[in-house]
Design a protein. Sequence first.
Length: 240
Amino acid sequence: MQATRLEFEQRFWFIGAIFFLGFSCSWLDHTNAAAGLIHLLAPTASEAETDRGVRIVFFAATGLLILAAMLRTWATAYLRAEIVHDTAQHSSHIVADGPFRHVRNPLYLAAILMAAGIGTMASRLGWLVIVIGMTIFFYRLIFREEAGLLAAQGDSFRAYMSKVPRMIPSPWPRVPAGTTGPRWGQAIIGELFFWLLAAGMAAFGLTLDMRLAAITFLFSFAIYFAATAIVRKRARRSAP
């Protein structure tokens, strides 16, 4: 059930493949996921009511993306962007500050929230493929990371696992605060990608213009590659 080394190192492209497959499902299912939800909840709704309902769904999806961006920025402030975006697996220490006191995998949780939000732009089948595919893939990554941390940290990580839930956040901290302090500047730069995805989703909800959303999303990818390049360059410079 663990992800392979290739899956972990090339996870960005595997995630991209899941999204590509999900949006390709429109060839089989021509009904948008948001419209399908409105038709399910209100089958007799008029065209105008359906349009308003679809916009509400897209604004709710924007809220999911904003929540995902906030959670990832909070986590990256403690874990550090150079580790979050590194292709190598890190098991040398345990981070148990910030959101990691509430849930063991806030970054993956945020990515699933993002998938649920972006997926509303796909078809009904596409939404299911994206959300289920991302969830399965992230759990495979989690199992690989947990195995590495158990091998490297032993009882320390085992004790952390016993107290902090894997993916369902606890409303209160499950472990005492540590000594790691947040670094917000590098976290914001490292997670600009998610904030721009939220902006693109908001633009789509306002206009229902797929071209505007596509331009924003393409710009977010450009920012992602630029930000990760900067983060990795800074990490190489600071390495002993």
